[in-house]
Design a protein around this ligand. Structure first.
Ligand code: C2E
Ligand code: MG
Ligand code: MG
Ligand code: MG
Length: 268
């Protein structure tokens, strides 16, 4: 009896696993096909100066134009991409498009996201600089966004990489700041141009601001100011958040209030 039950259960379980595996395989096959077809493109979201809303740059955000499922954002497929290593290929395709668009002219910088795993590859900096060169893009107009993890897991190597990039004009922004290990003491060792204050803190800044969000935001801004690092508030959706950040001394901002990510053709 117990045996029969056990077998029944494991049959159900196996069926589940099989479906899950099939879905993943599907998505992985999709991803490979999409790479061959070049179905990825950067969408651009403005980064503005909070004092007067002047656009100073854009963040390039990856979008997948999926044949059946429409436009997909990283959250829909990134986990898989990272596991299979395919995301690095997709990233390079995206950086290439950004570099081509930079070489066509325009103003301000464009920042691209680099996953920690990708940042760990030994030739990342050289390859990025070579690509900019080949595309004829001004390296001072490209920035990279990395997270704290990317700095911490091999600090000496990360430091070399960031120095090489900075010496060639490519500045680094620390993304989602405040959500990682935030070992504040390491920060001054690295050539970081910008801290991006994570959306979760910005969400708590409004009419009746949450004291915790206020405190964390204040602390990040004080730290950045002491180290001569610029700051961008992420995920600003309301005017109250914009004003709160501005009054706390945050210089730049990004969020739906100023503009959603849009394809290059719709970029103002
Ligand atoms: P992130 O770098 O922190 O990018 C900001 C995310 O917040 C974007 O989501 C953006 O669309 C969203 N966002 C912007 N303003 C607002 C707002 O006012 N409210 C809310 N609720 N959300 C806002 P997205 O495009 O889905 O990207 C998610 C994450 O995927 C990014 O977070 C980044 O970590 C990663 N990612 C995006 N593009 C790339 C890429 O080309 N390569 C790699 N490796 N990762 C990427
Ligand atoms: Mg980012
Ligand atoms: Mg971010
Ligand atoms: Mg974020």
């Amino acid at each position: 009896r117990a045996k029969a039950l056990g077998r029944g259960r494991s049959a159900v379980f196996d069926e589940h696993m099989r479906e899950h595996a099939m879905r993943l395989l599907d998505l992985e096959a999709d991803l490979r096909r999409a790479i061959n077809r070049d179905d990825f493109e950067p969408w651009y979201q403005p980064i503005v100066r909070l004092s007067d809303s002047k656009v100073i740059g854009h963040e390039a955000l990856l979008r997948w134009n999926h044949e059946q499922r429409g436009v997909l954002a990283p959250g829909d497929f990134m986990g898989l991409g990272e596991d299979s290593g395919l995301i690095e290929q997709v990233d390079w395709m995206l950086y290439q498009q950004v570099a081509m668009e930079l070489s066509a002219g325009g103003e301000g910088y464009v920042s691209v996201n680099v996953s920690p795993r990708h940042f760990r590859s030994a030739d990342f900096a050289d390859r990025l600089l070579r690509m900019l060169d080949v595309c004829g893009a001004d390296s001072r107009r490209l920035r990279i966004e990395i997270t704290e993890v990317a700095l911490l897991d091999d600090a000496p190597r990360a430091l070399r990489m960031l120095r090489t990039l900075r010496d060639h004009g490519v500045l680094a922004q620390l993304d989602d700041f405040g959500t990682g290990f935030s070992a504040l003491s390491y920060l001054h060792n690295f050539p970081i141009a910008t801290l991006k204050i994570d959306r979760s803190f910005v969400a708590g800044l409004h009419g009746e601001s949450s004291p915790e969000s206020m405190a964390v935001t204040r602390a990040i801004l004080a730290l950045a100011s002491a180290l001569g690092i610029e700051t961008i508030g992420e995920g600003i959706e309301t005017d109250a958040q914009r004003l709160a950040l501005r009054d706390l001394g945050c210089e730049y901002g990004q969020g739906y209030l100023f503009g959603h990510p849009v394809p290059a053709t719709q970029r103002g």
